[in-house]
Design a binder for this molecule. Structure first.
Ligand code: 13P
Length: 262
């Protein structure tokens, strides 16, 4: 059985001081447990080093929310993969819909960043998901298939084992988001798995975790995790406070334990 993943991206929230408090409480919690869930948190750049240091030697992976695809150069305000690795990052989120909407991220730049992340030994967490209008017009599957295929363009299967996908329908994210039903999410996760299978074959495709994100909370988490092809959850608002994240971890642990004995 695939391991279950649970992570949170903080977006533009938490000063380094707040991040330190969050990470300290989380480290204390995870050090006292034997957890099976694969955990990650993605603080803003400014808190990455301090959070990575506090969570070093725990099972919580720490990553960034974006990076540039070049390794260095005249790109004022940008951050490279090796800079992230130097701060202790182990993974990097790429292509979140907020970056696509507000900062001109495209499928092609996501592909360049996937390659750069893999070169720097970072795990790329590639985000895909259709805007509501594409779903209304009945082309959500094509949209997401295209995003997956371009993200992985020229990525050989040998490097694929270090890649994670997140399906985050744009209409489900944030304050005004409507969470996907477990069935809607499962249907698109199946599409993504099939696309990966077409590209790399069944064995390799099965190894790639596909997480669901978009208004996940403690009420809908268990239902989503029961679905085939949903290998974990990627949470925003409902995990920005450490106590909420810890409760979500406990919930996912319980669901996973039940799944294992089912
Ligand atoms: P919300 O959980 O706040 O909808 O955000 C989801 C998200 O964007 C995770 O990347």
């Amino acid at each position: 059985m695939q391991q279950v993943w649970l992570g949170t991206g903080w977006k533009m929230n938490h000063t380094s001081r707040e991040a330190e408090d969050y990470a300290t409480a989380l480290a204390m919690f995870v050090r006292g447990q034997s957890l099976v869930t694969r955990l990650f948190i993605l603080p803003p750049f400014t808190a990455l080093a301090v959070v990575a240091e506090i969570l070093r030697d725990t099972q919580v992976m720490v990553g960034a929310q974006n990076m540039h695809w070049q390794s260095r150069g005249p790109f004022t305000g940008e951050i490279s993969a090796s800079m992230l690795a130097g701060c202790g990052a182990q993974l990097v989120e790429l292509g979140h819909s907020e970056r696509r909407e507000h900062f001109g991220e495209t499928d092609y730049s996501v592909n360049a960043k996937v390659h750069a992340a893999l070169d720097a030994n970072l795990v790329p967490l590639a985000c895909v998901g259709e805007p509501g209008i594409e779903r209304e017009f009945g082309v959500a599957d094509e949209w997401v298939r295209r995003q997956v295929k371009i993200a992985l363009h020229n990525v050989p299967s040998a490097r694929l084992t270090r890649t994670i996908f997140a399906y985050e329908p744009v209409w489900a994210i944030g304050e005004r988001g409507i969470p996907a039903t477990p069935e809607q999410a499962a249907e698109m996760h199946r599409v993504i798995r099939n696309t990966l299978t077409e590209l790399y074959g069944t064995g390799a495709a099965r190894e790639i975790p596909i997480l669901y994100g978009g208004s996940v909370n403690r009420d809908n988490a268990a239902g989503l995790l029961k679905q085939p092809n949903i290998d974990g959850l990627f949470v925003g608002r409902a995990a920005w406070q450490v106590d909420d994240f810890i409760q979500m971890i406990q919930l996912v642990e319980n669901v996973t334990a039940r799944r294992a004995y089912a």
